[in-house]
Design a binder for this molecule. Sequence first.
Ligand SMILES: [Zn+2]
Length: 400
Amino acid sequence: MRSKAVQQPPVRRVNQLHGLNVSAVLTEIFRQEGISRKEVADRVGISPASVTSIASRLLDAKLIKEAERVTAGQGRPKVPLAVDHKSTLILGIHLGPRTTGVVLTGLNGAEIASVLVPHPGMAAEAAFDLIVAAADGLIAEHAADRPILGTGLATGGIVDSDLGIIIDNPGAGWKEVPALDLLGGRLPGPLFLDNNARAAAQSELLYGHGTVDNDFVLIVVSADLGAVLVDEGRIRSGAHQRAGYISHLRVTEDPVECDCGRTGCLKAVATDDAVVGFCRAAGLPVRQFDDVEALVDAGDSRAVAIVRERNRSVARAVADMLDLLDPALVVIAGTPAERPEMLAQIRDDACLVAQCGDAAAERIVFSSDHALSLSLFAASLVVSEVLRTPLLFMGETAVE
Ligand SMILES: [Zn+2]
């Protein structure tokens, strides 16, 4: 992923090794709060003296903190290390089709403050002006003197994260938008851009199912659709940035027309908008997906049946993922995951169509963050980079 506004200097091999060690130490502390320097040394496989030296620099950079000493038995007191979630901030921005969410978080991914910016039907440049102004306001009000480590941006559709370009976001009507060029220097850098599904997978890796098993496929079902293959902790973007583009996966024999000109595509039957469309066609008084959920809660049989059918389509896609990619888990994020009772439906349907049969059930889980918080997911793009290349965020590039 490209970082805007901060140029990576040429590094000597010794620096790269140093950077890898700092990354490994910080990652261990991130994974296990309260770990001691000795335990970090054992896990990373470097000397305790090196860990002490690295830890002191991470402490100086306020990326980690020392917790209270714990005395166990006769030995020396253990000084637990933990990530410092309060001294630095991260800006997360979900560039939505009609409304953008801007959030400030700590390194633990928890929201500190947020604001929504409506921009229905606006060109990207005009929408970006509003978003930058809103971010400035949020920072002025809530950041105090805390430094902002960077900005993560996520959006729907096809995104080239290396070039920082929104290739095609059909929901917003944005095509070939050089987002990082347009926003570089106007938001706290470095800036990182990716699509919603990959940002959600990144968040899942850092804070959710990925902390237990880092081999999974994540499917986002909301206003947008997307799937992400996470293989041993690495997100596969594909040769042309289009891996996981599941919008036109054929999931039903029903002749429901898709905007691609074919019928039965996942996009035509499973997005939030598609569900709203089916409800309207059935004469139900709905304007947006929230209205559909209200009808389901009220027990409206037509709305319940339409959502049930949507879950069946999602299950078809999930079954295909299980059979094709054989992940340990398929993690579903988005509006189905906001309703825990839907998990059983999707599991049952997937077991019926998947080659792996009943074994599919326990491999299908909902996202750990049931309320889809795309702006928080966007912030996790920065956290991931902080763990991967901490020196970039510590004002350090050289080794002593
Ligand atoms: Zn289609």
